[in-house]
Every structure is written in C-alpha cells, then in structure tokens.
Design a binder for this molecule. Structure first.
Ligand code: ATP
Length: 252
C-alpha cells in the first residue's frame, strides 16, 4: 500500500470517528430536561410516603416505576404532573419552579407538558372514540373544528384505531379503550405522558401493543413515565425504578 493510500484510509477512519462522536453529542443535546424534582418529600399527616427524591425526567426516555402497593407510586406520579404539591422540596417543569407559578400559569404549563393515562381509561362511554380524543382540544383555542377532527383521526390512526373512530367508547374492548385514552392524552401534543398502571386491566397481547406504542412515542421524543407491576416492562423501558420505603431506587 502506498503512503498516500494509507493516509487517505487513516483520514477516512478519523472522519468516521468524528461523525460518531458528533452524532452522540447531538443526541445528548437534543434530550431536554422536562421535569426536575429536587429533594421532594410527601407526607400525609404522620405518614411519610416519599422522602427526598431527586429525579429528572428527560425527553425521549421511557421510565418505569414499580413498588409494593402503598409505596407511593401514584403519589409520585401526581407530583410529577403537578396535580399535587410536595411537603418539602421543589419540582421544576421546563425549568420553572412549580411553587412560583400562579394557578393559570400552572394550568398552561401542565397542559403543554403532561398527558395522563389511567388504568381504568377514564373515557366518556357515551361519546365515540373520536369525540373522546377531541375532548381536551375543545379547551385549546388554537384548534378549529375541522383541525380537531383531522387531529383526532390522525391520533387514532397512530394507535391503530382508525377503523374504530366512530364506535362508542362503551363498545370498545379494554385494549382499544386504553389506546383511545393514549390518543386522548396526546391530543394537545404534550412532551410527557404519565401513565398509572396502564396495562393493569389488559391481557398480555394488549399489554405488548400498549408498551410498543409507548416505545414508539419515546423514540419520537416524548418522555414516558409508566407505573407498572409487569416484569416485561423492565426489558422495554430505558430506565427502571422502584419505590422502596419512600426512596426511589434505580434498578440496574
Ligand atoms: N390523600 C391522601 N390522604 C392520606 N393518605 C394518602 C392519601 N393519598 C395516598 N395516601 C397514602 O399514601 C400511601 C401511598 O399511596 P399511593 O396511592 O401513592 O400508593 P401506590 O404505590 O400507588 O399504591 P397502589 O399500588 O396500591 O396503587 C398509601 O399508604 C396511601 O394510603
């Protein structure tokens, strides 16, 4: 091999390494801290449920939280969603301290950042799948009626339910109801989905469908915080945590 060929090959290798390092840097820069808890504790009278938890929730990441019944999982999820306030410590959403926000600002930041999904779906059973997904859009003055319809149809298609959009929620299967609930949680394009045992009422097949949707959403840049007792979630989520005696421990 001539000297010039070996130099060219070395240069190509260096450029390749440079590209990898640069891309890694870009990925890192793209991940944004959406929620940051700093030393938060929560007590109900004499009962200390959460103790000095510090945790960041980043975009594009799927987090799972497990723990025994009564360990404080729902309490933590409500705090992350600014539905409740910590007894001590501070929660920042998009770098703004929740304790410093007025009610109107809190509502706006929460609406922009958070979508909730619950085990029991919380759908209006007398409305169609599409109408359920449109519900959160009604309080958003940005949408026209036709944008709401198009947006809801697209969201239902994204969870594989375009063929069920005109069905009443009460006539859907459990797995379909949960997919409508996910589409509804995404209605205002929040940065983060908080899900409280979303597969607790579902069989294995539907559970896989829901976790696959969550994984896809994380790949698209959303943050997912999912309370789940299911062992399979550990292999799917990016980071797994367990609440134990008020402490949030990462499962490594
Ligand atoms: N509003 C409240 N007032 C008093 N105690 C409460 C309140 N909310 C929750 N608790 C208590 O806090 C503890 C944690 O409750 P939480 O619902 O967060 O647990 P969890 O881990 O989600 O439980 P599960 O897995 O059974 O749903 C429980 O002992 C519960 O009784």
């Amino acid at each position: 091999m001539s000297t010039s060929t070996s130099w060219r090959s070395l240069l190509r290798s260096l450029l390749f390494v440079h590209k990898i390092v640069r891309d890694m840097g870009c990925d890192k820069k793209m991940a944004e801290i959406l929620i940051s808890c700093q030393n938060i504790s929560k007590s109900y009278e004499n009962l200390l449920v959460l103790e000095k938890i510090s945790q960041e929730i980043n975009s594009g990441t799927f987090y799972s939280i497990s723990g025994e019944s009564g360990s404080g999982k729902s309490t933590l999820l409500h705090l992350l969603g600014l539905l409740d306030t910590p007894t001590a410590g501070e929660i920042y959403m998009h770098n703004q301290a929740a304790s410093s926000m007025k009610a109107k600002q809190l509502l706006a930041v929460r609406r922009k950042t958070i979508g909730f999904v619950f085990q029991s779906y919380h759908l209006n059973h007398l409305l169609t799948a599409m109408e359920n997904v449109m519900l959160p859009m009604y309080i958003n003055p940005e949408y026209t009626s036709s944008e709401m319809k198009t947006g809801a149809a697209e969201l239902l298609a994204s969870v594989g339910l375009e063929h069920r959009k005109s069905h009443l929620a009460k006539d859907l299967s459990g797995g379909e109801k949960q997919r409508v609930a996910i589409a509804r949680a995404l209605a205002n394009d929040p940065d983060c989905i908080l899900a409280d045992e979303p597969t607790g009422n579902l069989d294995k097949k539907n559970e896989t469908v829901i976790f696959d949707i969550f994984k896809k959403l994380a790949a698209e840049g959303k943050a997912l915080v999912v309370i789940s007792h299911n062992e399979n979630v550990v292999d799917i989520a990016d980071e797994n945590y367990r609440l134990n005696n008020g402490i949030l421990e990462e499962l490594l």
